[in-house]
Design a protein. Structure first.
Length: 521
């Protein structure tokens, strides 16, 4: 996002600025933030990585680190909100807040519990307002504020501000201002509630409100200096692209280290300025900028890992550089950090395919499928690995399952047809399986061509009808120079509406590069 677009978005919201009495009037005047230059670092990188994966220090909090409260099933909290069981919800939230008072690492439980009940859906805001009317607790106001922020960003949309209507910008501004008010009410009820200050910073970010967010953070830290979340959201609001600057971000992170013994997550804050500089390089695109971005991410990782986000971003950068050993190395770290992270398993499996280490790819894709049974790319990736190791029946099964999930994938249709029709020579199987797919709305017209090919190979009726449907559904989108179009057209010219096997136009499907369909997720 460029500077002009960022500041026009800020101006649209700032026009509706409101006073924040709970910040002693600091919200009545908006101060323009300064902007510092981005650092560009270029460094050559090798592709030799350690074979041993040592678990990185992470900001993740695990159950055993917060024994003060019993972890709950987050969907159960959402169910309480939806069923208006507000007394139960208040009891849970109070226990999480008291857990944080005893142990700073329990802040993560408090954050997640509030976010889980403020998930955006058709009834969330009305439910949250009823909760506020029923209880008026700090958590009910914070949840409503968080829901309003989400609704505000949804109202704005994802386009650049220059492409966004004034009505959308105005709608966002109104919702953000409501969020600021609700966060303020929570702070009035509990002046040291860390999540309230974090959500306040989240809302102020859209107004270019780094200064206000920092002022609010300073007020919190005078009372309780342990919060990771409030600092994290203030740092986010102070990014240069939102009107802040790196100096403020670095000062927040540096000053937090005096309290690191109280909260082991605080050292990770020192990585965010490096990450934001890396993301700036990344947006410039090109290998030199990707390598420069990795240098910044290297520096961020020295301070620990934010959940698994930075490892995930490094994985994507190595993928853009086609550095597959690097992808394997980073994805392995991601798996070590969060073992149920299906994206990390997929990325490593895909890199193994690129490196032609197919047994390892099969094992990782199998794990992907265990975690996400309806993930089409898990089946196509494993199918390719099976095909390359000559386990054709298993490859056919995986391609068939992928098509069942998504019959629109051209690459999967081609691989399935080549394996089942040309390598296994089982047209009857193809007819039976494809016939179940061709009637679905999302079906790729190429499936009709594949069905006609199978009917032709089996010597059964229906070839002409299938080819006609392929040409009719494909229409102007078909490439007349490609083999499927030429074969279908030739067959129909020679056979009309007849059936049976053509002696001159034998249909087949050309292979496509695996890169057309797979890549880092």
């Amino acid at each position: 996002m460029n500077t002009r677009r960022v500041f026009s978005a800020r101006s649209a919201i700032a026009a509706t600025a409101i006073c924040l009495p709970f910040l002693f009037g600091l919200g009545c005047d908006r101060i323009d933030a300064t902007r510092s230059g981005d650092v560009t670092v270029a460094s050559p990188r090798g592709t030799t990585f350690p074979t041993e994966i040592v678990k990185r220090f992470t900001s993740n909090v695990y159950n055993e680190e917060c024994p003060e409260v019993s972890f709950t099933d987050w969907p159960a909290l959402l169910e309480m909100r939806e069923e208006h069981r507000f007394a139960e919800l208040d009891e849970k939230m109070t226990s999480y807040r008291e857990g944080f008072r005893k142990n700073a690492l329990c802040e993560e439980v408090l954050r997640r519990s509030i976010e889980s009940v403020s998930e955006k859906d058709a009834t969330s805001l009305s439910d949250l307002r009823e909760w506020v009317d029923h209880s008026a607790t700090p958590e009910s106001h914070i949840a409503l504020a968080n829901g309003l922020v989400g609704a505000g960003y949804e109202a704005r949309g994802s386009k650049y501000s220059s492409e966004t209507s004034k009505q959308r910008m105005s709608s966002m501004a109104e919702l953000m201002n409501q969020a600021v008010v609700e966060a303020g009410r929570a702070i009035e009820l509990d002046p040291s509630h860390p999540i309230a200050y974090g959500v306040l910073a989240y809302a102020l970010k859209a107004r270019g409100g780094c200064d206000l967010a920092k002022a609010a953070l300073d007020r919190l830290l005078e009372q309780d200096p342990r919060s990771f979340y409030a600092r994290r959201k203030t740092i986010e609001a102070c990014q240069p692209k939102w009107g802040g600057n790196y100096e403020t971000i670095e000062r927040i992170a540096s000053e937090a280290q005096a309290f690191a013994e109280m909260n082991r997550r605080l050292p990770v804050l020192q990585g965010f300025a490096h990450v934001y500089r890396g993301e700036t390089e990344w947006r410039k695109k090109g290998d030199a900028h990707y390598r420069a971005a990795l240098v910044h991410f290297d520096r961020a990782i020295e301070h620990g890992e934010y959940r698994d986000a930075w490892t995930s971003q490094r994985t994507r950068l190595y993928s853009k550089l086609k550095d597959w050993p690097g992808v394997v190395y980073e994805a392995s770290h991601g798996i070590e950090l969060i073992s149920w992270n299906s994206s990390a398993w997929y990325n490593r499996a895909d890199a193994y395919n690129k490196l032609e280490q197919f047994p390892s790819a099969i094992a990782d894709f199998t794990r992907v499928i265990e975690l996400k049974p309806d993930y089409r790319w898990g089946y196509t990736g494993r199918g390719w690995a099976y095909e390359r190791t000559r386990n054709l029946e298993a490859a056919a099964d995986d391609y068939a399952r992928a098509l069942e999930i998504d019959p629109s994938s051209r690459w999967t249709i081609i691989r399935y047809s080549e394996v089942v029709l040309e390598k296994l020579q089982k047209p009857e199987r193809a007819i039976a399986e494809i016939a179940l797919l061709v009637g679905r709305p999302s079906t790729n017209p190429l499936l009709w061509f594949s069905l006609g090919t199978a009917q032709q190979a089996a010597g059964v009726s229906g070839t002409a009808d299938s080819f006609q449907r392929f040409l009719a559904l494909g229409g102007d989108k078909l490439n007349t120079s490609e083999q499927p179009y030429r074969v279908a057209s030739s067959y129909l010219r020679e056979n009309g509406n007849g059936s049976g096997r053509s002696t001159r136009a034998k249909a087949s499907l050309p292979g496509l590069s695996l890169l057309d369909e797979t890549g880092t997720r």
